[in-house]
Design a protein around this ligand. Structure first.
Ligand SMILES: NC(=O)c1ccc[n+]([C@@H]2O[C@H](COP(=O)([O-])OP(=O)(O)OC[C@H]3O[C@@H](n4cnc5c(N)ncnc54)[C@H](OP(=O)(O)O)[C@@H]3O)[C@@H](O)[C@H]2O)c1
Length: 370
């Protein structure tokens, strides 16, 4: 189903230059690396399947390496709003998702420090779960390292909780690309295994506590698991009622890899019209539950057991999406109504990306095992 619904976004202003040109207000402080080594660094790769233990705390999911990730994250793609991260922390988000590509790590890092400094007795770095990502032009081992060090320097938060490979697609180092455009020079000198080994080194050296993937198909997840000394804990992918990717989520879970939901609200309308947040079914459920459409969509995700990363730059929306999110439930009928919206509509579909069909891959695996 996936391959026949390749909703390609038009080539747009999402070049790295355009994203980088947005002003950042935070001070860039010196790099402070934690000496803390992660338990995962000594973890020997288990034969899969490794199952993910249900967390006793409903607000968290326990990952395969024992770390705990809050179920709702503050997403920050296209977020350049000073004060927004601080607002997210004030209203309760403890999981922040950024990326080298978003050009906001320094601002986020600065606001995290300010938030902790305002009440140091009750606020600790360890209370937060910070995710960032190595972009496509940094897949070579030396570039993975440079990118990770630059992220840590900008975030200035001692360590990264989880560093992800942003996309499984390697671009030539340093190319200036139109992110949504069709043609990008590919780097055939580096394999996913090379990149993964460099990611593992980040854990060995205390830069990241955990490592993971983003936009990986199931076959690509398996490619990593075959060579991994340190297991990937996440696969961050687009997940919403329009594109629930049931097979990918379930099969990753069996392998001990937790899928997390980007574009859970239907994505930024700056890329593609957001039809989901205005879908009549979502609006009807919002009315029935007396919640906002963003709360209904975030709830759908976490109620199916998938951490969600809703983004907003708007202070009120940051607050209302998170407010009381763990304190109520959609009924089975309401969950079914949202499940019924599946249509494969993909918001984040850069022109250079070819998506793989996970259902066909599972059929191949089943046939090979028979
Ligand atoms: N790994 C990847 O490749 C990847 C790709 C995409 C996204 N992500 C991550 O996932 C996060 C979430 O995805 P996303 O930002 O693309 O999309 P999203 O969270 O599904 O949607 C964000 C859009 O919804 C709007 N919005 C938020 N709350 C709203 C509300 N209550 N009512 C109406 N509109 C609302 C936001 O506008 P305002 O800001 O104006 O509120 C923004 O335009 C990202 O921020 C990023 O951290 C990762």
């Amino acid at each position: 189903m996936l391959n026949n619904v390749l909703n390609k976004a038009p080539s747009s202003c999402f070049t790295r230059q355009a994203l980088a040109a947005r002003p950042l207000t935070a001070n860039r402080r010196s790099h402070r690396r934690s000496n803390t080594r992660c338990a995962a660094s000594t973890m020997v790769q288990q034969p899969h399947p490794i199952t993910i233990a249900p967390s006793k705390e409903p607000n968290f999911v326990q990952l395969a390496d024992g770390s705990k990730m809050p179920m709702v994250a503050y997403g920050t793609f296209l977020m350049q709003q000073p004060g927004a991260t601080r607002q997210a922390l004030e209203v309760g988000y403890r999981h922040i998702d950024t990326a080298r590509l978003y050009f906001n790590e320094a601002m986020i890092g600065q606001e995290i420090k300010e938030w902790i400094a305002a009440d140091p007795a009750n606020r600790k770095r360890e209370d937060l779960y910070i995710v960032t990502k190595v972009f496509n032009d940094c897949h070579r081992p030396e570039d993975v390292r440079k990118s990770a060090e630059a992220s840590l320097k900008d975030l200035d938060c001692g360590y990264i909780d989880c560093m992800l490979i942003h996309w499984p697609d390697a671009f030539m180092p340093g190319v200036e690309i139109d992110f949504m455009g069709d043609s990008v020079p590919r780097d055939d000198k580096v394999t996913l295994a090379d990149t993964w080994k460099a990611m593992e080194k980040l854990v060995d050296d205390g830069i990241a506590k955990s490592i993971g993937l983003s936009n990986f198909s199931l076959r690509q997840v398996d490619e990593i698991l075959k060579v991994a000394r340190i297991q990937p804990v996440h696969n961050q992918v687009e997940l919403s009622p329009y594109i629930p990717q049931w097979t990918l989520v379930e099969e990753c879970k069996k392998r001990g890899v937790m899928c997390t939901a980007y574009c859970p609200l239907g994505g930024p309308s700056a890329i593609k019209p957001n039809k989901l947040i205005q879908d009549p079914v979502v609006l009807k459920l919002a009315q029935e539950t007396n919640k906002s459409p963003a709360q209904v969509l975030t709830k759908w995700s976490i109620q199916r057991g998938v951490p969600a990363l809703p983004k907003s730059s708007n202070f009120d929306r940051i607050k209302t999406t998170y407010e009381g999110i763990y304190d109520w439930k959609l009924t089975d009928e309401q969950m079914q109504a949202l499940n019924g919206l599946e249509n494969g509509y993909r918001t984040c579909a850069p022109g250079w990306k070819t998506w793989e069909d996970d259902n066909s891959y599972v059929k191949e695996l089943t046939a090979a095992a028979a």
